[in-house]
Design a protein around this ligand. Structure first.
Ligand SMILES: Cc1cc2nc3c(=O)[nH]c(=O)nc-3n(C[C@H](O)[C@H](O)[C@H](O)COP(=O)(O)OP(=O)(O)OC[C@H]3O[C@@H](n4cnc5c(N)ncnc54)[C@H](O)[C@@H]3O)c2cc1C
Length: 689
């Protein structure tokens, strides 16, 4: 935000001489349970909307409810009936790993829930299961993801029928526990730089897997330290040739490598496994390091969907280049990102719910000789939590859309959809997980000292979720893929190409951007205008188009002297801002659509409040950008700020209904501070009184 501008605005308000009196008056009114809005607000621009919204909570919950609530309830019932499978607050790493494995076995073999069946055929159901088990223990959600989405997903998505026939049942019933061994000590984000080799031996019709040096040791591999029997190992495929070099490097491919004996569970000859040790979070997952010393595997263990080796060592592929094959291989792995984006919204819902329920209950200070006020009635607390609640709704609708598109893509394999889902999953995973990671700290702090008690969950949520920003693609690296995709489409636009659905807005908004902002609209500051989805969406789109146009010109200029790589690095922060701006635009568009489609008028009105708050808060946070180019005039900026504060207050008035509509089961918000009533007695019992 433009801090000079903010100071000016504050100074203007101070000069009104009203601010202190108004705040006191607001606070004194908030203590009444009816939460009638303060009269001073009514005398300003907000007279028509002062009444508290009466929200039909059931209708809102129904609208928010996922398609697969039934299976989620089945999962909750199972774990509620099994106290021995619930994770205690204090648990050692080794016990946590065993418990997590037992939780997964219980889910699959006792509750009869078979997530693997849905990985390819019904991803929406798979992600619903993942969300539910993640709320039991996030380690369990990740362990399940390693087994089914990463290890299992690599077998069915990168392999062919022979692999599916051989491995499906064992993966499904957990006889074939496995790992996804991509990352190495020296290479994480740069997957094309991996050094592990798989050399074809035509005499024995086998591949020989080797770790050529310590930097190529597979590192951080989930399920490797204790439970995995197999690993999908990503390695450079080396083929013998008849030329002077003697071998040819065909690039990174995936291979199934058994790592432990099926009966004894002993590590197999040539495989060395070490434990990555105690982590900041997710200690129920056994991450390990793998080294291979001339480990032989049959030729059939090459996952050969995108490239194959025949008996005589001839390489064949339907894709013409190493880069295309690499792209297709990684493209099949986007499901993990989709799952993380979706799961991260789940964590945000939990955390926002705990913090908001606590803030509704907790009282501190108040006007002289009057009862103390709820801390959620402080403007500062609203400022911390209400835009967050609005964002949670925004991300909910955006990730539901992502999951739908991903499912459609798995069915149709439509090329444009594949490109769309690839960039959208990278962008949303990155944007949402970064937001949630920060929000967890805000929520902890918003609950004061009690937020720091482990029993109240913020610590474990924060520690477990933190790595969502890094695995399945580092967020900074993923945002660059979004920016690169936007630039590619930008070029296509000017060459007359078509734009895929998510990007099509650029065509129109780029034209608007290239003409000057309309001097009349830059001054419109009426509430109706500011709450008009068209104004909001135009503003977001304008910003993206401007960033895109400018960065394209900068890249072109710097490429001449710095080359492509140097120019990209010179513009990197600009490119990241562009990617975030685009993702915010997509999120807002989906939120606006969701508001429009909500059938119940009162639920729709509550969603509209949240949507307006989301949009205006984002515009206000970036007001410097809009002011710099006179997209909004000074008075309009001031009006946006005022309206944002007012909307925060309005959302606060329906905050209970909004968090209740997430329908989080009790065990998820079991933190005593999150209880709706009797909070203190529950809390004191926990510490032993
Ligand atoms: C708990 C946990 C579980 C994991 N599970 C698995 C697993 O099961 N299987 C597996 O294969 N891997 C796994 N990983 C590895 C994970 O996928 C990698 O850590 C991740 O891909 C990032 O790689 P890196 O750690 O080498 O970070 P790096 O790539 O070294 O990144 C370090 C920093 O450099 C920055 N950076 C890197 N490249 C660029 C760039 N081009 N531009 C700007 N900044 C850049 C990043 O933003 C980051 O801040 C796991 C990791 C952890 C911690």
């Amino acid at each position: 935000m433009d801090s000079r501008r903010e100071k000016n605005l504050m100074a203007e308000e101070e000069s009104d001489g009203l601010i202190a009196a108004r705040r006191i008056q607001r606070l004194s009114l908030h203590i009444s349970p009816s939460l009638t809005p303060p009269p001073l607000l009514q005398t300003e621009t907000c007279s028509a909307r002062s009444k508290k919204l009466d929200v039909d909570g059931q209708a809102l919950a129904l609208y928010m409810r996922g398609k697969h609530m039934d299976i989620q309830e089945e999962i909750f019932d199972f774990f509620n009936s099994r106290p021995d499978l619930q994770t205690p607050i204090e648990i050692s790493k080794d016990d946590h790993r065993e418990l997590c494995m037992n939780q997964l076995l219980g889910l699959v073999r006792e509750a009869g829930i078979r997530p693997f069946r849905y990985v390819a055929d019904d991803p929406e159901k798979y992600f619903a299961i993942m969300e539910a088990v993640g709320s039991v223990d996030m380690s369990l959600g990740i362990k399940m993801g390693v087994q089914y989405s990463l290890w299992g997903g690599s077998v069915i998505n990168l392999g062919t029928k022979k692999h599916r026939d051989k491995y499906f049942d064992g993966i499904d019933n957990l006889d074939y526990t496995g790992c996804f061994a991509m990352t190495e000590l020296h290479h994480g984000s740069n997957v094309q730089g991996l050094q592990t080799t798989a050399t074809f031996d035509p005499l024995k019709d086998e591949f020989v897997i080797d770790t050529p040096h310590d930097g190529a040791i597979k590192w951080w591999i989930g399920n490797a330290a204790v439970h995995g029997k197999f690993a999908t190992v990503f390695a450079r495929l080396i083929l013998p040739t008849h030329d002077s070099k003697g071998v040819s490097d065909m690039g990174v491919h995936a291979f199934i490598v058994p790592i432990r004996d099926m009966k004894t569970h002993q590590t197999l000859p040539g495989v060395e496994i070490q434990d990555c040790g105690h982590k900041v979070g997710l200690n129920g997952v056994d991450n390990g390091a793998l080294r291979f010393r001339s480990v032989r595997i049959p030729r059939d263990n090459l996952l050969n969907r995108f490239g194959d080796v025949s008996r005589d060592g001839t390489y064949t592929s339907s894709l013409p280049t190493i880069n295309k094959r690499f792209g297709a291989t990684l493209g099949e792995l986007v499901g993990g990102r989709v799952g993380l984006a979706y799961a991260s919204v789940g964590v945000l819902k939990i955390s926002a719910t705990i913090a908001i329920r606590y803030s509704l209950l907790r009282q501190q200070f108040g006007p002289p000789k009057q009862p103390e006020v709820s801390i959620l009635d402080y403007q500062s607390q609203q400022h911390k939590l209400m835009p967050m609640l609005a964002s949670t709704y925004a991300y909910h609708f955006a990730t539901v859309y992502l999951v739908e598109k991903y499912s459609e893509m798995k069915k149709t394999h439509d090329e444009q959809l594949v490109a769309d889902v690839h960039a959208l999953s990278a962008g949303l995973k990155s944007y949402v997980t970064s937001y949630t990671a920060k929000a967890l700290s805000v929520c902890r702090e918003a609950c004061g000292g009690h937020g720091y008690a482990a029993v109240n969950r913020f610590g474990s949520l924060r520690n477990d979720h933190d790595i969502f920003q890094t695995f399945e693609g580092d967020n900074t690296v993923l945002l660059q893929q979004v920016a690169a995709d936007l630039l590619k489409r930008y070029k296509e636009k000017f060459q007359g190409g078509t734009l895929t659905v998510t990007w099509s807005y650029l065509r129109e908004s780029m034209n608007t951007y290239l003409s000057q902002p309309n001097p009349v609209t830059t001054r419109w500051e009426g509430e109706d205008h500011l709450r008009d989805p068209k104004f909001q969406l135009d503003a977001f789109r304008y910003r993206t188009s401007r960033l895109l146009q400018n960065v394209a010109a900068r890249l072109q200029k710097h490429s001449k002297t710095l080359g492509g790589f140097g120019a990209w690095n010179r513009c990197l922060n600009h490119l990241l801002t562009l990617a975030e701006s685009h993702i915010e635009t997509v999120i807002l568009a989906k939120f606006i659509e969701a508001v429009k489609n909500c059938p119940d008028p009162s639920a729709r009105a509550a969603l509209k409040l949240a949507c307006d708050l989301y949009a205006l808060d984002r515009i206000w946070k970036d007001i410097g950008t809009y002011r710099n180019v006179d997209y909004v005039a000074p008075n309009k900026a001031k009006a946006i700020h005022k309206l944002t504060e007012y909307l925060s207050f309005q959302v606060r008035n329906v905050a209970k209904e909004l968090v209740d509509a997430f329908e989080l089961p009790d065990h998820v918000t079991r933190a005593p501070i999150a209880m709706q009533s009797d909070a203190y007695s529950q809390y004191t019992q926990v510490v032993g009184f």
